[in-house]
Design a protein. Structure first.
Length: 580
């Protein structure tokens, strides 16, 4: 065989392998996927199988709550007692988060609350913060002693919070209630029947269009009060929810989102093992029938699955769908992300991403976001979670076992990456947390829930997550600043204040956000281009931590201004453009 013939043969072999892998990734059903996912779904339904077992007051003990602030990531425990201490012997997981768009200091996180780890009876736990996530109050469960699971939170443009909660009885009847906060408070109403079923997800329309304020929910039709229905909506701010509609293919273990023009997307594992996306442009119209475009298969070279080593009775995570709502070049792009079992290389868990630039009609070849080396034994990248900021930045977090020691392969750490170019390239994988064992503190249930949740703004990402760093299974709030993540040379004397505002330009209100290393005197002043003081926004002592100040610019003439923050001996100045 001559040299040229040998090179041609190698080229043909290379092409054949590439074609084979492309076919393997693109086909909607494969024997590998069917084998991994067959009969898994029934193991993940939420049913009451342990009695309610409250923690008696005389048995309640506490320990210090965990908090950490390092390398652009702040995290603190949410399910704490009235003095801010961890409650020993309880558990919490499956957190969901919502942030008041009228006041970003107001944040609510809901979770599955287990009052006693000796029972897996769960309730609708929740906590709230009025200082941008620095401190939290945990009043207890919404329905004390009532079985509730799969918490999902939302908020409307007026700052009203919604809490979608699944309940079930011994006959495996599944339905949901959506609770709503009273005006400008954290007190919940009695809840509204909202159809529903197992692993439901909910989204509130913030588009400002005809569907603004609509509430949409989707779930697993196989475990629902209205089989074969798996979708409902409210067009009256949650006062009522319409009869169930059918989603083709019954996508499960996924989420939904609303695009910039009010279009609704749903993602999940379909009747086949792969992921599908459905879209409706009519759901936003209150008087219109809801018409869904035929489901489109999304190839992530893997399928959603349970039965993993890291989360034996739970999922690797849910499928996420989100949309670019910015005014930039990616506006309207649709993104899907999930932790999946890989088909092509048998990796048990990778965070895979795909995008559509034509409104969900077609999807690009998937991208693996985690960049660990793919060698046996493979690491788990699980609970992959995604959100898109108003400026188009895509944030992704996941739990990762790549650094787990030999003999304890489930040890997990929180990792983060982001994209500023519509998902084409991603930042370096950054480890955010110390390692923890997810098998610690199981509440008579071999899992740490099924998902995390995240909301992004132009400054960073607000994360609701669970971990066992303090030796128990608890829920945490985290804030990720992508500009600071990965900077290792931060010291106590670092004077960087992370001073920023959004939105900018400003038409009515803007939020000024800054971070203090220690309690100090803070002065925030607004100057015109000639150096004249226009307004003194803040002039008082502030505690250490992250702060949000909403500044109303009404009455100030349009133009360019400079806003200076002085904190002790440090100061930073930003430029603000008023367009009112």
């Amino acid at each position: 065989m001559n040299k040229n013939t040998h090179q041609i043969n190698l080229l043909l072999i290379s092409i054949s392998i590439s074609v084979f892998l492309a076919i393997l990734i693109s086909i909607p059903v494969s024997s590998i996927a069917q084998e991994r996912n067959e009969n898994n779904s029934y193991m993940h339904k939420e049913v009451p199988d342990d009695p309610y077992l409250p923690m008696l007051p005389e048995d309640m003990q506490t320990s210090p709550a965990y908090q950490s602030r390092v390398n652009g990531f702040f995290t603190t425990q949410v399910n704490v007692d009235e003095d801010g201490y961890n409650i020993l012997g309880d558990a919490a997981n499956e957190p969901s988060i919502a942030i008041d768009p009228t006041d970003p200091n107001r944040i609510v996180i809901g979770w599955r609350q287990f009052d006693n780890v000796s029972s897996n009876f769960r309730q609708a736990g929740y906590g709230f913060s009025e200082d941008g996530g620095q401190t939290w109050e945990f009043p207890g469960s919404i329905d004390e002693g009532v079985f509730r699971s799969d918490p999902v939170l939302g908020v409307d443009n007026n700052g009203n919070f919604y809490y979608n909660s699944l309940t079930a009885n011994d006959n495996d009847d599944f339905w949901c209630h959506v609770f709503k906060t009273e005006e400008a408070s954290f007190d919940w109403d009695g809840g509204t029947f909202a159809q529903g079923g197992d692993k439901q997800w909910m989204q509130v329309d913030h588009s400002g269009g005809v569907g603004n304020g609509n509430i949409y929910a989707a779930w697993n039709a196989s475990y629902s009060i209205c089989w074969p229905g798996s979708f409902t909506r409210s067009t009256d701010e949650g006062a009522s929810y319409q009869d169930c509609g059918i989603l083709a293919g019954n996508p499960i273990w996924g989420t939904l989102t609303v695009g910039p023009d009010g279009e609704v997307y749903v993602v999940g594992a379909g009747n086949s093992a792969g992921l599908v996306v459905l879209k409706s442009i009519t759901a936003q119209h209150p008087d219109s029938s809801i018409i869904w475009r035929n489901s489109v298969y999304v190839a992530l070279d893997g399928g959603l699955s349970g039965w993993s080593q890291v989360n034996p009775a739970g999922l690797l995570g849910q499928a996420w769908v989100d949309v670019d709502r910015s005014d930039g070049p990616g506006r309207g792009n649709v993104y899907v992300l999930a932790s999946v079992n890989r088909y092509s290389n048998y990796d048990p868990g990778d965070v895979m991403f795909s995008r559509s630039i034509d409104g969900g009609l077609s999807w690009e070849y998937p991208t693996r976001i985690n960049t660990d080396i793919d060698t046996y034994p493979y690491a788990y990248q699980w609970f992959g979670t995604m959100s898109v900021a108003p400026n188009g930045r895509i944030d992704a977090v996941w739990l990762d076992t790549r650094d787990a020691p030999v003999g304890n392969s489930v040890m997990s750490e929180l990792y983060y990456s982001y994209s500023m170019d519509q998902g084409v390239t991603w930042s370096e994988n950054e480890r955010l947390s110390e390692a923890f064992n997810p098998h610690v503190g199981w509440p008579n249930q071999d899992k740490m829930g099924d998902y995390f949740d995240m909301v992004s703004d132009n400054i960073g990402a607000h994360l609701a997550w669970a971990n066992t760093i303090n030796g128990e299974q608890d829920v945490y709030y985290g804030f990720i600043n992508p500009l600071l993540v990965g900077i290792e040379d931060k010291t106590e004397n670092n004077t960087h204040l992370s001073f920023i505002n959004y939105p900018n330009p400003v038409s009515d209100k803007t939020t000024l956000r800054y971070e203090l290393r220690e309690s100090t005197m803070v002065v925030i002043e607004l100057f015109d281009i000639y150096g004249n003081t226009v307004d003194v926004i803040t002039n008082q002592v502030k505690e250490a931590g992250m702060h949000n100040t909403v500044f109303n610019v009404s009455g100030i003439a349009r133009g360019v201004y400079f806003c200076r923050l002085t904190a002790g001996s440090s100061s930073e100045t930003i430029k603000i453009t008023l367009i009112n």
